[in-house]
Design a protein around this ligand. Structure first.
Ligand SMILES: *[C@@H]1O[C@H](CO)[C@@H](O)[C@H](O)[C@H]1NC(C)=O
Length: 385
C-alpha cells in the first residue's frame, strides 16, 4: 500500500516535472525525487536524540503546549485519563479598561515556555520528572461576545477539571492542581468560584499586582449591570461571595494610583492585607517573604491560590500588559519572592494580563510569564501529592 501510494506520487511528480520544468531542469527535478525507492529501502530505525526517552523535542520545535507537556482533551466526555497538575488557557479579555490583547496570552505564554524543561536548581526538583502527571488541557472554548455568559462558561469548565468522583473507600479524592493562563484578571473570579466549590471553603489568595483589583462596582460601575464585572474588581466580588479567606489573603506589589484614598479602606474591609512595591526598599526581598509568611500563618493548614498579574513586574521587563505601572519588581526579585512560598499548599495559580501584541520582538513578557509558572509548578512538585 505504502509503495503504491509512493509510486503514484512519483508519477504525479514526474508529470508535474514534465509540465512545469524548463528543459534544462528536467534531469535535476527527477534526480531530486526522494520517493522512487522500494519499501525495503525505507528507514526503519531513526537516529533518535539521546534525551528522547524523556519526551525530549528540541526547544524550538513541537506543537505549542505549555513546556511541551502532553495535550489532553480534558473536557471531552469519556476522558478517563487522570492528572495531578492541569494547565488551561482562559483567553478572555473583554473586561479590560485600557489595552486589549490578553486573549492572546495563553498562546503567547505557551510560546514563551518552549525552552522550559528539567531541573529547577533553586527549588531542587526536576519539575517534569516526578510523581506529578502534568497535562495541558488547551483553552476553554467560551464565546467571547457576552461577558456574563463567558464567565459562566469559564466557571463551569474549571469545575469540570477539578471534580473527581468519590473514591470507593469514601476517602476525599485528590483534586488536581490548576494553572490558568489568562486572559485578563476578570477570569480570577469564575476560577475562584470553581475552587471554592471544589474545596468547600474560602481560599487564601496571594495576589501579585500593581493594582488592588477591588474597585467597588456600586461606586464605579453603577449604570450598566454587565460592567459590574471587569478586570478591576474580581477580588471585590470574590470577597463579597465568600471565596477568599479573610485576613490571610493579600495584595503584593501595589503601586498604582487610586481614584480616592478611601479605596484602601474599602479594600481592607474586604479582608485583604497589602504589601506595597516600595516596601522592597525597607524590607528587602527576604523581608517581603517574612511579611507574607506572617500573614499566611502555618504552612500545614494552608490552602493558597497565587494570582499573578504580570503588571506586578516593572514594565521595562514586562511591557506586554494592558495597564502597565512603572516602579515594579524586577524579574529576579519576583522569582525569589515566589520561591519564598515553598512549603505552602499551593493548590492553584494563574498568570494573567499578558498581552503579547505589546511585547518586544524578544518576547520578554511571554518568557517571564512562563518562567513564573515554572517556579510555581516546581513548588507544587516539591511539596508532594
Ligand atoms: C474579616 O474579619 C474581621 C475580624 O474578624 C471582621 O471585622 C471583618 O468584617 C471580616 N471581613 C470580611 C470581609 O469578612
Amino acid at each position: 500500500m505504502r509503495s503504491a501510494i509512493f509510486g503514484s506520487l512519483a508519477l504525479i511528480g514526474a508529470l508535474a516535472g514534465n509540465v512545469l520544468a524548463h528543459d534544462h531542469h528536467d534531469d535535476e527535478f527527477v534526480g531530486q525525487m526522494p520517493i522512487v525507492s522500494g519499501p525495503s529501502e525505507l528507514p526503519t530505525a531513526f537516529d533518535r536524540p539521546v534525551l528522547e526517552r524523556d519526551g525530549y523535542v528540541p526547544s524550538f520545535s513541537g506543537i505549542s503546549t505549555f513546556a511541551h507537556l502532553p495535550y489532553l482533551k480534558c473536557w471531552d466526555e469519556g476522558i478517563v485519563e487522570d492528572y495531578d497538575i492541569a494547565v488551561m488557557g482562559a483567553p478572555y479579555d473583554i473586561g479590560v479598561t485600557f489595552r486589549t490583547g490578553a486573549r492572546f496570552g495563553p498562546s503567547g505564554i505557551r510560546e514563551g515556555s518552549k525552552r522550559i524543561k528539567g531541573y529547577n536548581t533553586e527549588v531542587g526538583v526536576n519539575t517534569f520528572r516526578s510523581w506529578a502527571k502534568m497535562v495541558d488541557c488547551g483553552d476553554i472554548p467560551f464565546e467571547p461576545f457576552d461577558a456574563g455568559h463567558a464567565m459562566k462558561q469559564i466557571e463551569d469548565y474549571t469545575k469540570y477539571l477539578l471534580q473527581r468522583p468519590p473514591t470507593e473507600d469514601g476517602a476525599t479524592p485528590e483534586i488536581p492542581r490548576l494553572i490558568t493562563l489568562g486572559g485578563d484578571h476578570t477570569v480570577l473570579l469564575p476560577v475562584l468560584r470553581a475552587m471554592r466549590h471544589a474545596y468547600g471553603k474560602p481560599i487564601t489568595v496571594i495576589h501579585f499586582d500593581s493594582h488592588l483589583d477591588t474597585w467597588a462596582p456600586e461606586i464605579y460601575n453603577v449604570k450598566a449591570p454587565g460592567s459590574r464585572f471587569n478586570h478591576g474588581n474580581p477580588l471585590y466580588h470574590a470577597s463579597k461571595e465568600g471565596l477568599t479567606a479573610n485576613g490571610t489573603s493579600m495584595h503584593v506589589g501595589i503601586r498604582s494610583t487610586l481614584y480616592d484614598h478611601n479605596d484602601f479602606k474599602r479594600d481592607e474591609a474586604l479582608g485583604f492585607n497589602i504589601i506595597k512595591a516600595n516596601d522592597i526598599f525597607k524590607l528587602g526581598v527576604d523581608g517581603i517573604v517574612e511579611r507574607m509568611q506572617e500573614i499566611l500563618g502555618p504552612k500545614d493548614d494552608s490552602l493558597v491560590y497565587l494570582s499573578i498579574d504580570i503588571d506586578v513586574i516593572d514594565p521595562s521587563m514586562a511591557p506586554a500588559t494592558g495597564t502597565p505601572e512603572t516602579g515594579g519588581f524586577l524579574t529576579r526579585e519576583m522569582r525569589y519572592i515566589l520561591r519564598g512560598l515553598e512549603g505552602y499548599n499551593i493548590i492553584a495559580a494563574d498568570v494573567v494580563e499578558v498581552s503579547p501584541p505589546f511585547d518586544t520582538q524578544a518576547q520578554l513578557t511571554s518568557f517571564l510569564a512562563a518562567d513564573l509558572i515554572y517556579e510555581i509548578m516546581s513548588m507544587m512538585v516539591k511539596r508532594g501529592p
